[in-house]
Design a protein around this ligand. Structure first.
Ligand code: PLP
Length: 416
């Protein structure tokens, strides 16, 4: 290996997400019957797949549309027609005052976040800056994108205990400080991994705090409204000219397209588009083309509302029922599932912690995500962070039942 730069060392060194993805990959190769509840892969929903195939066929059957899809580098912000249509959708649905100039097309949420985070934090002119998470656990894919160390800072959430073995995280506004070295505030909503959906009132409050310090507020709505809108309460959304909203087509069932959107103030969109052009030359055309096609025929929002969301709601009910039955009298709690497609299981005083549970479940044929990977940015250890796992329910009912039996048996054996 040649000598590596700081960039090289940073992105090739030990990383939680790469180690975990490697481990998940090798576990799947070793046991093809493994029940995969660890990834963020969306479910296969036949009606959605059929709709996507029909639109793609129509696009490739039309020589001009096919050429636009395959033969064109789009301009830095992306296809203006698609951006205008997205702005129109957001204006219509939410009344946000947006035009195409407020929208950039991205190569998906992951790379967009990596660009944005490094634009706003790290070595800055006056001082080093950090990205502040108002609460964790947060999406583990964020954890290693920063070019510098100590890139993220997080505030512990408050935990509300709810009836029926549920609990819910809340932002601890009394403990949330936005110091002078904060470059941006960031949340995922719905939150990966907990399935929390922050209320619009909470978003407004955080945005107000951020704005008062002249700091942008990143809202990553990879699972949220307007699409795929995997939210089980009212699918509300929030934007202001201080917000950088990130959307993705992945969780519609299209992670292979690597497409997404960024919605922000014009100068933020332009800055992002410049960086994205240097790194990627242009964003891919497939995601925007399909999105555009679904928007033109007005099939996108009904797809989310009538097909995708009910599908996950049904699987969620099965997963919760089965887990409850199998976990019985163990000291467990589930985060109230408000959105996305994960159950966040908290096993109080779990002997050996979440890594041991992850290993034992892997040996027994079920893959989950050990929760400690999602608590980055805290300044002190927290025992709660060792007691949770993330379980995807984007699976068939029979797999959910089989997995719940294994999770119940394995968890019980750790307490024995
Ligand atoms: N943001 C969140 C919260 C996610 O869970 C994911 C993927 O799991 C992403 C962003 C990245 O999605 P993509 O790069 O596929 O758009």
């Amino acid at each position: 290996m040649p000598a590596l730069s700081r960039f090289g060392l940073r992105y090739t060194g030990k990383s939680g997400i790469v180690a975990l993805m490697d481990d998940l990959g090798s576990a799947l190769r070793a046991n093809p019957d493994m029940i995969m509840m660890g990834g963020g892969t969306p479910a296969r929903i036949p009606a959605a797949e059929q709709l996507f195939r029909r639109h793609l066929q129509e696009i490739v059957a039309d020589p001009e549309r096919a050429f636009s899809l395959l033969g064109r580098y789009q301009e830095p912000q992306g296809d203006p027609d698609v951006r205008a249509r997205v702005a129109h959708l957001l204006r219509n649905e939410y009344g946000w005052q947006l035009s195409a100039a407020n929208v950039a097309i991205t190569n998906g949420g992951q790379s967009a976040f990596a660009i944005l985070a490094n634009m706003l934090a790290g070595d800055c002119e006056a001082r080093r800056r950090v990205i502040q998470f108002p609460f964790v656990p947060e999406y583990l894919g964020y954890a290693d994108v920063g070019l510098g160390d100590d890139f993220f800072r997080a505030t512990r959430p408050l935990i509300e205990t709810l009836p029926d073995n549920f609990f819910k995280y809340h932002v601890d506004f009394a403990g949330l400080r936005i110091d002078a070295d904060v470059g941006a505030l960031c949340v995922s909503r719905p939150t990966n991994p907990s399935g929390n959906v922050l209320g619009v009132d909470e978003l407004k409050k955080m945005d107000g705090l951020a704005r008062a310090k002249d700091v942008p507020f990143i809202i990553d709505a990879a699972y949220g409204a307007p699409f795929p809108a995997i939210e089980f309460g009212a699918a509300e959304a929030y934007w202001s000219d201080n917000v950088i909203l990130m959307l993705s087509v992945s969780k519609l069932g299209l992670p292979g397209l690597r497409g997404g959107l960024l919605v922000a103030r014009e100068e933020v969109v332009q800055a992002f588009a410049s960086a994205n052009t240097i790194l990627n030359l242009a964003s891919g055309n497939a995601g925007p083309a399909l999105l555009d096609s679904l928007l033109r025929t007005r099939e996108l929002l009904p797809l989310c509302r009538d097909t995708i969301q009910p599908w996950y709601r049904e699987r969620l009910a099965i997963a919760v029922d089965c887990l409850r039955a199998e976990l019985g009298d163990l000291p467990y709690a589930l985060h109230r599932p408000e959105g996305a497609f994960f159950l966040w299981l908290w096993l109080r005083d779990l002997p050996g912690g979440s890594l041991r549970l992850y290993q034992a479940l892997k040996d027994a044929g079920v893959l989950v995500i050990p929760g400690d990977t999602c608590f980055f940015g805290l300044d002190a250890p927290w025992e709660h962070a060792q007691q949770c796992v993330r379980i995807s329910y984007a699976l068939d009912a029979s797999q959910l039942r089989a997995a719940a039996r294994i999770i119940g048996r394995v968890a019980r054996s750790l307490y024995a």
